[in-house]
Design a protein around this ligand. Sequence first.
Ligand code: 2RA
Length: 416
Amino acid sequence: MKLSAAINLLLTLSSATCTLGFSSYPTPVSSFVPRSSSSKLQTNAHTFPLKRNNNYSSRNLSLSMSSYTVGVVGATGAVGKEIVSCLNKSSLDVSKLRIFGSARSAGSTRDAGKFGSVNVELFDVEKARECDVVFLAVSGDFSKEYARVLTEGDDGVVVIDNSSAFRYEKDVPLVVPEINGQCTKSSKLIANPNCTTAIGLMALWPLHKLFKLKRVIMSTYQAASGAGQPGMDELQEGTRAVLSGEREVAENKIFAHPLPFNVIPHIDKFQENGYTKEEMKVTWEARKICGLDDEFPLSCTAVRIPTYRAHSETIVIETEEPVDIEEARKALEAAPGIKLVDDIESLQYPMPLTATGNYDVEVGRLRKSLVFGDYGLEFFVVGDQLLRGAALNAVLVAEEMAENGSLISKVITHSG
Ligand code: 2RA
């Protein structure tokens, strides 16, 4: 990129916006300094290899001033279980973990790793309000009913909501911490994005900073986990039934059609414009998170495939600035939360099998676009749907809020 173009782009990005709904207020450029999410959460060397650009250490120290009572609602679901697992590895100082559930699970216990065996309490607003932060891994209807009630008043809790209930509300930040974590400042209700959006944006954001996005076309290959544990169970059981000869075609209740040995170009409800809601979520959410124009052209085709829990995405971008592949590679390599897997000589590229269980989103197959020439790039992204697409992102939001002073402990345990 020419120096003048680089300066122009920097000026544009320095006025990038913290977009609440689709109205905006300015944010400091310092918030765009790369950080490594993967190393921020203390990772398990076996399933969560530490990332190489470990530039979080000084930030972590400042977190030890407060310890927090953390609540998880829906900890028995696929996302809720991963939230508990991420909290086990997080730098967030959790003095007490409380798990809230329905009448069906209340009274039972959950193994919560380093937090021990935790009793599931029947969800109750007053009890949940005793926490400092509550993660909601429940339905949108539940979130609509309770999220704002939990946050109300000076003694209200911070709520990080995994549903789509508040993603487009003007006063609710929609956050991928590595992109717009600063938007959490002074907010008590934060929306976690749709998994497909969060995974794709991890790669799109560093490229936007370098070359400025003009148009984006995305095609997805989404795992069964997007439909939660019941979706994964339906894939597993259906595959077994077909392979054992018990059935010729698998049964389906969760997905619109049998998923084993099939692909289904339909996720969520069809909209009037012929796109599905899943596809429109990517468009709407990307605009809000990245502070892009309300009309920014981004389209998606979302397809369910018979993989277990990592979503894959083919992304084609047209850019305002000419693309330099080596610069793109370097930026992706340095970007937090990304693992560049792009060595075609040795058959290294992103795949669900290698991305599953990992905090980093894999990016590879980088090539200059045959369609857009010097102003285009095509690549492949794979991220664990339950981690970056849900639980990890939510826990990183809480860490960000602890750092920027928006997550306040009701009990100060350390004098610091
Ligand atoms: C899916 N993105 O994959 C959805 C889940 N939020 O079905």
